[in-house]
Design a protein around this ligand. Structure first.
Ligand code: ZN
Length: 460
Protein backbone atom coordinates (compact mmCIF):
# COMPACT_ATOMS: atom_id res chain seq x y z
CA UNK A 1 0.00 0.00 0.00
CA UNK A 2 1.40 3.41 -0.94
CA UNK A 3 1.31 6.28 1.45
CA UNK A 4 -0.16 8.89 -0.92
CA UNK A 5 -3.26 10.53 0.46
CA UNK A 6 -6.37 9.92 -1.51
CA UNK A 7 -8.92 12.54 -2.47
CA UNK A 8 -12.49 12.28 -3.67
CA UNK A 9 -13.48 14.49 -6.56
CA UNK A 10 -16.13 14.61 -9.29
CA UNK A 11 -13.79 15.52 -12.12
CA UNK A 12 -10.03 15.27 -12.40
CA UNK A 13 -7.92 16.68 -15.19
CA UNK A 14 -4.60 14.88 -15.16
CA UNK A 15 -1.16 15.71 -16.59
CA UNK A 16 -2.20 19.17 -17.69
CA UNK A 17 -0.21 22.39 -18.16
CA UNK A 18 -1.83 25.00 -15.96
CA UNK A 19 -1.38 28.60 -17.08
CA UNK A 20 -0.41 30.79 -14.15
CA UNK A 21 -2.30 33.91 -15.18
CA UNK A 22 -0.60 36.24 -12.70
CA UNK A 23 2.95 35.25 -13.57
CA UNK A 24 2.32 34.49 -17.24
CA UNK A 25 4.00 31.08 -16.94
CA UNK A 26 3.17 27.44 -17.52
CA UNK A 27 3.13 24.98 -14.63
CA UNK A 28 3.57 21.57 -16.23
CA UNK A 29 2.26 18.17 -15.24
CA UNK A 30 -0.51 19.17 -12.88
CA UNK A 31 -3.53 17.37 -11.63
CA UNK A 32 -6.62 19.53 -11.13
CA UNK A 33 -9.43 18.13 -9.02
CA UNK A 34 -12.95 19.54 -9.09
CA UNK A 35 -15.80 18.78 -6.73
CA UNK A 36 -19.20 20.32 -7.32
CA UNK A 37 -18.58 23.67 -8.95
CA UNK A 38 -15.20 24.37 -7.33
CA UNK A 39 -11.57 23.48 -7.87
CA UNK A 40 -10.60 21.63 -4.71
CA UNK A 41 -7.00 20.74 -5.41
CA UNK A 42 -4.20 21.54 -7.85
CA UNK A 43 -1.12 19.42 -7.31
CA UNK A 44 1.78 17.94 -9.23
CA UNK A 45 0.79 14.78 -11.04
CA UNK A 46 1.14 11.81 -8.73
CA UNK A 47 0.97 13.73 -5.45
CA UNK A 48 -2.46 12.33 -4.67
CA UNK A 49 -4.53 9.31 -5.44
CA UNK A 50 -7.76 10.68 -6.83
CA UNK A 51 -11.09 8.91 -6.82
CA UNK A 52 -13.26 10.59 -9.42
CA UNK A 53 -16.20 9.80 -11.66
CA UNK A 54 -14.57 11.44 -14.65
CA UNK A 55 -10.86 11.63 -15.35
CA UNK A 56 -9.80 13.71 -18.33
CA UNK A 57 -6.34 13.24 -19.79
CA UNK A 58 -4.78 16.68 -20.08
CA UNK A 59 -1.48 15.58 -21.66
CA UNK A 60 -0.05 18.24 -23.98
CA UNK A 61 -2.99 20.51 -23.20
CA UNK A 62 -3.29 23.82 -21.40
CA UNK A 63 -5.75 24.96 -18.76
CA UNK A 64 -6.91 28.57 -18.49
CA UNK A 65 -9.77 30.23 -16.62
CA UNK A 66 -12.98 30.73 -18.59
CA UNK A 67 -12.69 33.89 -20.69
CA UNK A 68 -14.81 36.97 -20.06
CA UNK A 69 -16.09 39.42 -22.63
CA UNK A 70 -16.61 42.69 -20.81
CA UNK A 71 -18.66 44.42 -23.50
CA UNK A 72 -21.54 42.55 -25.05
CA UNK A 73 -25.16 43.21 -25.96
CA UNK A 74 -27.29 40.09 -25.67
CA UNK A 75 -30.68 41.73 -26.33
CA UNK A 76 -33.35 39.13 -27.20
CA UNK A 77 -30.86 36.62 -28.60
CA UNK A 78 -30.06 34.54 -25.49
CA UNK A 79 -30.87 31.26 -27.24
CA UNK A 80 -28.26 31.98 -29.93
CA UNK A 81 -25.71 34.08 -28.11
CA UNK A 82 -25.36 32.05 -24.90
CA UNK A 83 -24.37 28.81 -26.67
CA UNK A 84 -22.05 30.79 -28.96
CA UNK A 85 -20.30 32.28 -25.95
CA UNK A 86 -19.94 28.98 -24.09
CA UNK A 87 -18.70 27.06 -27.13
CA UNK A 88 -16.02 29.72 -27.59
CA UNK A 89 -14.87 29.46 -23.99
CA UNK A 90 -16.54 32.66 -22.79
CA UNK A 91 -17.97 31.92 -19.36
CA UNK A 92 -18.50 35.46 -18.07
CA UNK A 93 -19.94 38.63 -19.58
CA UNK A 94 -20.80 42.24 -18.81
CA UNK A 95 -23.86 43.41 -20.71
CA UNK A 96 -23.54 47.05 -21.68
CA UNK A 97 -27.24 47.82 -22.38
CA UNK A 98 -30.18 45.62 -23.10
CA UNK A 99 -33.16 47.69 -24.27
CA UNK A 100 -35.30 44.54 -24.55
CA UNK A 101 -35.49 44.04 -20.78
CA UNK A 102 -37.58 46.22 -18.53
CA UNK A 103 -35.63 45.40 -15.40
CA UNK A 104 -31.89 44.65 -15.74
CA UNK A 105 -31.55 43.26 -12.20
CA UNK A 106 -34.39 40.80 -12.71
CA UNK A 107 -32.92 39.72 -16.04
CA UNK A 108 -29.54 39.14 -14.43
CA UNK A 109 -30.92 37.01 -11.62
CA UNK A 110 -33.07 35.00 -14.02
CA UNK A 111 -30.07 34.26 -16.26
CA UNK A 112 -27.81 33.42 -13.34
CA UNK A 113 -30.29 31.26 -11.47
CA UNK A 114 -31.69 29.07 -14.24
CA UNK A 115 -30.01 25.92 -15.51
CA UNK A 116 -28.34 25.44 -18.84
CA UNK A 117 -25.09 26.15 -20.59
CA UNK A 118 -24.68 29.90 -20.41
CA UNK A 119 -22.13 32.43 -19.28
CA UNK A 120 -22.41 34.19 -15.97
CA UNK A 121 -23.98 37.57 -16.39
CA UNK A 122 -21.67 39.44 -14.06
CA UNK A 123 -22.80 42.99 -14.55
CA UNK A 124 -25.66 44.61 -16.37
CA UNK A 125 -25.83 48.23 -17.43
CA UNK A 126 -28.67 50.64 -16.83
CA UNK A 127 -30.44 52.00 -19.87
CA UNK A 128 -28.09 54.32 -21.74
CA UNK A 129 -28.31 57.84 -20.36
CA UNK A 130 -27.81 60.39 -23.13
CA UNK A 131 -29.06 63.69 -24.56
CA UNK A 132 -30.42 64.48 -28.03
CA UNK A 133 -29.70 63.50 -30.68
CA UNK A 134 -29.56 60.02 -29.17
CA UNK A 135 -27.77 57.18 -30.91
CA UNK A 136 -29.73 54.24 -29.53
CA UNK A 137 -33.49 53.83 -29.16
CA UNK A 138 -34.41 53.07 -25.56
CA UNK A 139 -31.93 55.57 -24.14
CA UNK A 140 -33.03 57.78 -21.27
CA UNK A 141 -32.71 61.44 -22.15
CA UNK A 142 -31.46 63.85 -19.51
CA UNK A 143 -31.24 67.49 -20.50
CA UNK A 144 -31.39 69.07 -17.07
CA UNK A 145 -29.04 68.32 -14.16
CA UNK A 146 -32.00 68.11 -11.74
CA UNK A 147 -33.27 65.00 -13.50
CA UNK A 148 -30.17 62.97 -12.64
CA UNK A 149 -31.31 62.07 -9.15
CA UNK A 150 -34.55 60.39 -10.22
CA UNK A 151 -32.93 58.54 -13.13
CA UNK A 152 -30.08 57.18 -11.01
CA UNK A 153 -32.56 56.13 -8.29
CA UNK A 154 -34.82 54.41 -10.78
CA UNK A 155 -32.04 52.48 -12.50
CA UNK A 156 -30.51 51.48 -9.18
CA UNK A 157 -33.94 50.23 -8.08
CA UNK A 158 -34.14 48.17 -11.24
CA UNK A 159 -30.94 46.39 -10.28
CA UNK A 160 -28.53 47.95 -12.80
CA UNK A 161 -24.93 47.45 -11.67
CA UNK A 162 -23.89 50.80 -13.09
CA UNK A 163 -25.26 53.81 -14.92
CA UNK A 164 -24.21 53.76 -18.56
CA UNK A 165 -23.41 57.26 -19.76
CA UNK A 166 -23.10 58.35 -23.37
CA UNK A 167 -21.74 60.91 -25.83
CA UNK A 168 -24.19 63.79 -25.76
CA UNK A 169 -24.57 64.51 -22.05
CA UNK A 170 -23.87 68.15 -21.23
CA UNK A 171 -21.21 68.98 -18.68
CA UNK A 172 -23.70 70.04 -15.95
CA UNK A 173 -25.71 66.85 -16.46
CA UNK A 174 -22.56 64.70 -16.43
CA UNK A 175 -21.47 66.28 -13.15
CA UNK A 176 -24.88 65.86 -11.65
CA UNK A 177 -24.94 62.15 -12.60
CA UNK A 178 -21.45 61.70 -11.12
CA UNK A 179 -22.59 63.33 -7.86
CA UNK A 180 -25.78 61.26 -7.67
CA UNK A 181 -23.89 58.04 -8.37
CA UNK A 182 -21.47 58.88 -5.60
CA UNK A 183 -24.31 59.70 -3.21
CA UNK A 184 -26.37 56.63 -4.12
CA UNK A 185 -23.31 54.35 -4.21
CA UNK A 186 -23.61 53.05 -7.75
CA UNK A 187 -20.82 53.35 -10.33
CA UNK A 188 -21.14 55.01 -13.70
CA UNK A 189 -19.34 53.84 -16.81
CA UNK A 190 -19.50 53.94 -20.58
CA UNK A 191 -18.49 56.60 -23.07
CA UNK A 192 -16.86 59.86 -22.12
CA UNK A 193 -19.35 62.57 -23.11
CA UNK A 194 -18.03 64.70 -25.98
CA UNK A 195 -17.64 67.84 -23.88
CA UNK A 196 -15.83 66.17 -20.97
CA UNK A 197 -12.10 65.61 -20.77
CA UNK A 198 -10.61 62.24 -19.85
CA UNK A 199 -9.09 63.83 -16.75
CA UNK A 200 -12.48 65.18 -15.64
CA UNK A 201 -14.11 61.81 -16.27
CA UNK A 202 -11.46 60.04 -14.19
CA UNK A 203 -11.62 62.57 -11.38
CA UNK A 204 -15.43 62.44 -11.34
CA UNK A 205 -15.13 58.70 -10.69
CA UNK A 206 -16.00 57.13 -14.04
CA UNK A 207 -15.41 53.41 -13.53
CA UNK A 208 -14.77 52.26 -17.09
CA UNK A 209 -14.27 53.91 -20.44
CA UNK A 210 -15.45 51.99 -23.49
CA UNK A 211 -13.80 52.24 -26.89
CA UNK A 212 -10.33 53.64 -26.82
CA UNK A 213 -11.23 56.53 -29.18
CA UNK A 214 -12.51 58.47 -26.18
CA UNK A 215 -9.02 58.18 -24.71
CA UNK A 216 -7.18 58.89 -27.97
CA UNK A 217 -8.95 62.24 -28.26
CA UNK A 218 -7.37 63.32 -24.98
CA UNK A 219 -3.71 62.65 -25.72
CA UNK A 220 -3.22 65.96 -27.55
CA UNK A 221 -2.32 69.13 -25.62
CA UNK A 222 -4.94 70.83 -27.80
CA UNK A 223 -7.73 68.52 -26.73
CA UNK A 224 -9.74 71.24 -24.98
CA UNK A 225 -9.84 73.32 -28.14
CA UNK A 226 -10.82 70.17 -30.08
CA UNK A 227 -13.69 69.64 -27.68
CA UNK A 228 -14.75 73.24 -28.19
CA UNK A 229 -14.89 72.67 -31.94
CA UNK A 230 -16.99 69.58 -31.35
CA UNK A 231 -19.37 71.55 -29.18
CA UNK A 232 -19.76 74.23 -31.84
CA UNK A 233 -20.37 71.63 -34.52
CA UNK A 234 -22.83 69.56 -32.53
CA UNK A 235 -25.80 71.86 -33.11
CA UNK A 236 -25.03 72.43 -36.76
CA UNK A 237 -24.16 69.11 -38.32
CA UNK A 238 -26.37 66.13 -39.08
CA UNK A 239 -25.85 63.06 -36.92
CA UNK A 240 -23.62 61.30 -39.44
CA UNK A 241 -21.71 64.42 -40.45
CA UNK A 242 -20.98 65.06 -36.78
CA UNK A 243 -19.66 61.51 -36.31
CA UNK A 244 -17.36 61.92 -39.29
CA UNK A 245 -16.20 65.27 -37.92
CA UNK A 246 -15.45 63.75 -34.52
CA UNK A 247 -13.51 60.96 -36.17
CA UNK A 248 -11.52 63.53 -38.15
CA UNK A 249 -10.68 65.46 -34.98
CA UNK A 250 -9.67 62.28 -33.18
CA UNK A 251 -7.35 61.41 -36.06
CA UNK A 252 -5.90 64.92 -35.94
CA UNK A 253 -5.24 64.67 -32.22
CA UNK A 254 -3.31 61.45 -32.79
CA UNK A 255 -0.64 63.36 -34.66
CA UNK A 256 -0.40 65.74 -31.69
CA UNK A 257 0.09 62.96 -29.11
CA UNK A 258 2.10 64.26 -26.17
CA UNK A 259 4.15 61.71 -24.21
CA UNK A 260 4.11 63.62 -20.92
CA UNK A 261 0.36 63.93 -21.14
CA UNK A 262 0.07 60.20 -21.87
CA UNK A 263 2.12 59.42 -18.79
CA UNK A 264 0.03 61.74 -16.63
CA UNK A 265 -3.29 60.32 -17.82
CA UNK A 266 -2.10 56.71 -17.45
CA UNK A 267 -1.05 57.51 -13.88
CA UNK A 268 -4.45 59.05 -13.14
CA UNK A 269 -6.33 56.06 -14.55
CA UNK A 270 -4.30 53.64 -12.49
CA UNK A 271 -4.49 55.66 -9.29
CA UNK A 272 -8.24 56.22 -9.55
CA UNK A 273 -9.14 52.72 -10.77
CA UNK A 274 -10.62 53.93 -14.02
CA UNK A 275 -10.59 50.94 -16.37
CA UNK A 276 -10.28 51.21 -20.13
CA UNK A 277 -12.38 48.72 -22.10
CA UNK A 278 -10.98 47.76 -25.50
CA UNK A 279 -13.89 47.27 -27.95
CA UNK A 280 -11.42 47.80 -30.78
CA UNK A 281 -13.08 45.46 -33.18
CA UNK A 282 -16.20 47.63 -33.31
CA UNK A 283 -14.67 49.89 -35.91
CA UNK A 284 -14.58 46.93 -38.27
CA UNK A 285 -18.23 46.06 -38.00
CA UNK A 286 -18.53 46.60 -41.71
CA UNK A 287 -17.14 43.31 -42.88
CA UNK A 288 -15.73 44.80 -46.05
CA UNK A 289 -13.45 46.78 -43.82
CA UNK A 290 -11.50 43.93 -42.28
CA UNK A 291 -8.32 45.43 -40.95
CA UNK A 292 -5.65 43.01 -42.04
CA UNK A 293 -5.50 41.05 -45.29
CA UNK A 294 -4.77 37.84 -43.40
CA UNK A 295 -8.00 38.29 -41.47
CA UNK A 296 -10.17 38.55 -44.54
CA UNK A 297 -10.68 34.83 -44.80
CA UNK A 298 -11.38 34.31 -41.14
CA UNK A 299 -14.68 33.03 -39.98
CA UNK A 300 -16.65 35.89 -38.49
CA UNK A 301 -19.57 33.67 -37.67
CA UNK A 302 -22.39 35.20 -39.71
CA UNK A 303 -23.60 31.65 -40.34
CA UNK A 304 -24.82 31.65 -36.74
CA UNK A 305 -26.93 34.77 -37.08
CA UNK A 306 -30.59 34.43 -37.96
CA UNK A 307 -31.42 35.48 -41.49
CA UNK A 308 -33.11 38.64 -40.28
CA UNK A 309 -29.75 39.92 -39.04
CA UNK A 310 -27.28 38.29 -41.40
CA UNK A 311 -28.72 39.53 -44.70
CA UNK A 312 -27.90 43.18 -44.07
CA UNK A 313 -24.37 42.33 -42.96
CA UNK A 314 -23.78 40.11 -45.96
CA UNK A 315 -24.78 43.05 -48.12
CA UNK A 316 -22.32 45.30 -46.32
CA UNK A 317 -19.57 42.96 -47.48
CA UNK A 318 -20.24 44.18 -51.00
CA UNK A 319 -20.01 47.84 -50.03
CA UNK A 320 -16.43 48.84 -49.23
CA UNK A 321 -16.06 52.04 -47.26
CA UNK A 322 -14.75 55.16 -49.05
CA UNK A 323 -10.96 55.18 -48.97
CA UNK A 324 -10.71 58.36 -46.86
CA UNK A 325 -12.70 56.67 -44.10
CA UNK A 326 -10.68 53.47 -44.50
CA UNK A 327 -7.52 55.44 -43.98
CA UNK A 328 -8.90 57.19 -40.87
CA UNK A 329 -10.00 53.89 -39.43
CA UNK A 330 -6.55 52.47 -40.00
CA UNK A 331 -4.99 55.39 -38.11
CA UNK A 332 -7.47 55.01 -35.26
CA UNK A 333 -6.67 51.31 -35.06
CA UNK A 334 -2.94 51.93 -34.82
CA UNK A 335 -3.55 54.52 -32.10
CA UNK A 336 -5.60 52.00 -30.13
CA UNK A 337 -2.84 49.42 -30.41
CA UNK A 338 -0.37 52.01 -29.15
CA UNK A 339 -2.66 52.69 -26.20
CA UNK A 340 -2.56 49.01 -25.29
CA UNK A 341 1.23 49.29 -25.20
CA UNK A 342 0.87 52.33 -22.93
CA UNK A 343 -1.43 50.37 -20.60
CA UNK A 344 1.12 47.59 -20.29
CA UNK A 345 4.02 50.02 -19.88
CA UNK A 346 2.30 52.03 -17.15
CA UNK A 347 0.66 48.97 -15.60
CA UNK A 348 -2.91 50.16 -16.19
CA UNK A 349 -5.21 47.14 -16.11
CA UNK A 350 -7.76 47.04 -18.93
CA UNK A 351 -10.76 44.96 -19.93
CA UNK A 352 -11.19 43.08 -23.14
CA UNK A 353 -14.60 43.67 -24.67
CA UNK A 354 -15.71 42.95 -28.21
CA UNK A 355 -19.00 44.88 -28.35
CA UNK A 356 -20.66 41.74 -29.65
CA UNK A 357 -24.15 42.72 -30.66
CA UNK A 358 -26.98 41.86 -33.02
CA UNK A 359 -26.79 45.53 -34.03
CA UNK A 360 -23.42 44.81 -35.60
CA UNK A 361 -21.76 42.02 -37.53
CA UNK A 362 -19.87 41.19 -34.34
CA UNK A 363 -20.89 37.67 -33.43
CA UNK A 364 -20.54 36.77 -29.72
CA UNK A 365 -17.88 34.27 -28.71
CA UNK A 366 -16.04 34.41 -32.03
CA UNK A 367 -15.71 38.16 -31.57
CA UNK A 368 -13.75 37.83 -28.33
CA UNK A 369 -11.08 35.80 -30.13
CA UNK A 370 -11.05 38.29 -33.01
CA UNK A 371 -10.61 41.11 -30.48
CA UNK A 372 -7.68 39.29 -28.84
CA UNK A 373 -6.11 38.67 -32.25
CA UNK A 374 -6.35 42.33 -33.20
CA UNK A 375 -4.97 43.34 -29.80
CA UNK A 376 -2.00 41.03 -30.30
CA UNK A 377 -0.86 43.23 -33.20
CA UNK A 378 0.24 45.63 -30.47
CA UNK A 379 3.66 45.11 -29.01
CA UNK A 380 2.41 43.67 -25.73
CA UNK A 381 2.76 40.27 -24.12
CA UNK A 382 0.26 37.47 -24.54
CA UNK A 383 0.32 37.22 -20.74
CA UNK A 384 -1.17 40.71 -20.50
CA UNK A 385 -3.74 39.91 -23.18
CA UNK A 386 -4.82 36.84 -21.22
CA UNK A 387 -5.09 38.87 -18.03
CA UNK A 388 -7.43 41.32 -19.75
CA UNK A 389 -9.88 38.45 -20.40
CA UNK A 390 -9.52 36.67 -17.04
CA UNK A 391 -7.90 38.24 -14.00
CA UNK A 392 -8.61 41.90 -14.76
CA UNK A 393 -12.35 41.40 -15.28
CA UNK A 394 -12.49 39.46 -12.00
CA UNK A 395 -10.74 42.33 -10.23
CA UNK A 396 -13.02 44.82 -11.95
CA UNK A 397 -16.19 43.16 -10.67
CA UNK A 398 -14.55 42.73 -7.25
CA UNK A 399 -14.62 38.94 -7.23
CA UNK A 400 -11.12 37.56 -7.36
CA UNK A 401 -12.20 35.10 -4.69
CA UNK A 402 -14.20 33.10 -7.24
CA UNK A 403 -12.72 33.97 -10.62
CA UNK A 404 -9.77 35.16 -12.65
CA UNK A 405 -7.13 32.44 -12.23
CA UNK A 406 -6.89 28.67 -12.13
CA UNK A 407 -6.68 28.29 -8.36
CA UNK A 408 -7.95 26.13 -5.56
CA UNK A 409 -11.35 27.11 -4.11
CA UNK A 410 -12.34 29.10 -7.18
CA UNK A 411 -15.38 28.34 -9.35
CA UNK A 412 -14.46 25.70 -11.93
CA UNK A 413 -15.17 27.73 -15.06
CA UNK A 414 -12.24 26.65 -17.20
CA UNK A 415 -11.11 26.08 -20.77
CA UNK A 416 -8.83 23.27 -21.96
CA UNK A 417 -6.76 24.30 -24.98
CA UNK A 418 -4.63 22.22 -27.32
CA UNK A 419 -2.10 25.04 -27.73
CA UNK A 420 -0.25 27.37 -25.38
CA UNK A 421 -1.92 30.83 -25.43
CA UNK A 422 1.22 32.42 -23.96
CA UNK A 423 3.05 31.47 -27.16
CA UNK A 424 0.31 32.51 -29.54
CA UNK A 425 -2.89 34.19 -28.41
CA UNK A 426 -4.84 32.58 -31.25
CA UNK A 427 -4.40 29.32 -29.35
CA UNK A 428 -7.37 30.47 -27.22
CA UNK A 429 -9.37 29.27 -30.22
CA UNK A 430 -8.08 25.70 -29.96
CA UNK A 431 -10.73 24.66 -27.50
CA UNK A 432 -10.69 21.01 -26.45
CA UNK A 433 -13.28 21.30 -23.71
CA UNK A 434 -15.05 23.84 -21.56
CA UNK A 435 -15.69 23.28 -17.87
CA UNK A 436 -18.67 25.19 -16.61
CA UNK A 437 -19.53 25.15 -12.91
CA UNK A 438 -17.45 21.99 -12.68
CA UNK A 439 -19.25 20.29 -15.55
CA UNK A 440 -17.05 18.95 -18.32
CA UNK A 441 -18.37 19.81 -21.80
CA UNK A 442 -16.46 17.83 -24.40
CA UNK A 443 -15.39 19.04 -27.82
CA UNK A 444 -18.03 16.85 -29.43
CA UNK A 445 -20.75 18.38 -27.28
CA UNK A 446 -19.49 21.87 -28.04
CA UNK A 447 -19.58 21.12 -31.76
CA UNK A 448 -23.08 19.76 -31.45
CA UNK A 449 -24.17 22.96 -29.71
CA UNK A 450 -22.69 25.01 -32.56
CA UNK A 451 -24.46 22.90 -35.17
CA UNK A 452 -27.75 23.47 -33.37
CA UNK A 453 -27.25 27.24 -33.40
CA UNK A 454 -26.33 27.13 -37.07
CA UNK A 455 -29.36 25.08 -37.94
CA UNK A 456 -31.59 27.72 -36.38
CA UNK A 457 -30.05 30.39 -38.62
CA UNK A 458 -31.77 31.11 -41.91
CA UNK A 459 -28.96 30.51 -44.36
CA UNK A 460 -27.32 27.11 -44.48
ZN1 ZN B 1 -21.59 48.58 -26.90
Amino acid sequence: MDCKSSLNADLVISNINVIDIKKGTVIGDQCVAIKGDRIIRIAPQGAYRFQAQTIVDGSNKYLIPGLWDMHVHIREYESIFFPLLITHGVTGIRDMFNPTVEDPGEWKSRVNSTNGYKPKLLQVASDIVDAPPIRWPGSIVIEHPDSAQVVVEKMKDKGADFIKIYDKLSEPVFRSIARECDRQKIPFAGHIPDHISLEDAIMAGQKSIEHLDDISLNLSPKSSSHRKRLKEASGKLSFNAYRAFKQQITVQSLSERDELLVEKLMGLMKKNSCWPGTAIFTIFDQLSNRPYPDMRNKDFGLNYYPDSLAVAYRESLQRPLPSAIQSNIRKLLLAKLKLLEDFERFDVPFLVGSDASPARAIVPGISLHRELEIMSRANISNATLLKSATLYPALFVGNERDYGTVSENKIADLVILSGNPLEDISNTQKIEAVILNGEHITREELQKMLKEVESKAGIK
